[in-house]
Design a protein around this ligand. Sequence first.
Ligand code: PLP
Length: 302
Amino acid sequence: MEKKLIYFDNAATSHPKPEGVIRAMNHFLKEVGANPGRSGHRLSIEAGRIIYEAREGVSQLFGVRDSSRVIFGLNATEAINQGLKGLLRPGDHVITSSMEHNSVMRPLRGLEKEGLEVTVIPCSPEGFLDPEDVNKSIRRATRMVILNHGSNVVGTLQPLSDVGEICQQHGILFFVDAAQTAGAIPIDLGRQKIDLPAFTGHKALFGPQGTGGLIIAERVDEKKLVPLKRGGTGSRSESEEQPDFLPFREAHSGPPPPQLGLRGLPAHPLGAKGNDPQPPGRGRGEDRRDIPFTKQKNLVSS
Ligand SMILES: Cc1ncc(COP(=O)(O)O)c(C=O)c1O
């Protein structure tokens, strides 16, 4: 009798990938194979078109109007490191929860040694965060709240809309680790007031490992994002400085991130809006030091 594999590890990585993803990758590797944006020949233009389509697909999934704000990369880990190291400065205060993945906690603990202040809000025994605890933890130097949307350990979902509302009222960046939820649970940047979602391609987006990205919402000034990796982008090649515009604030090379499994996915309409906004709190100071972590010794990854 033929033995069928039943795979129960989709939260680690989805398997097997849908036929459409395999076909798209096969097509790229066999029929396209060129680097996007580097040349004017047909295959390079086709590679550029594929990456553009993937970027548009991700934008649709997250409710992003301008798809150039999607930065593709290797995985959620890289995207989280980009957002944290690229936007936080010594002296800044960050609020997070006790339900975070190590791809959030380890960069935060590393940055703490360089002068970042971190508050970890304990969640309930069931794994839920109380948005009021976020409100109470906000200080003058609070620059960002970063939360794991869907727990990789117990599966709890955090109240993004409520926390997003609090962040917006205080002028604080709201960073969401959507590694477990992108593609599985509706996420809408505008309605949930998310500034920076990090996603992975290899879980519920059914793409291959080695894909993921960070979205920089329009509210975030991309010029303040210090790149984690500088290098070729296929744009402004005459300049030795990394472009200060998206999506080239971070270096890209190699083939486009394969389809991310997005072509076949139905659109995810966001369900009901979250709870009512929290009451406004005190404003935030603008007196933070302006030395990016990526300029600190031992923190630059490339
Ligand atoms: C909640 C959460 N965040 C981040 C990650 C890291 O994702 P990636 O493998 O894309 O780096 C994972 C992976 O398991 C995860 O579950």
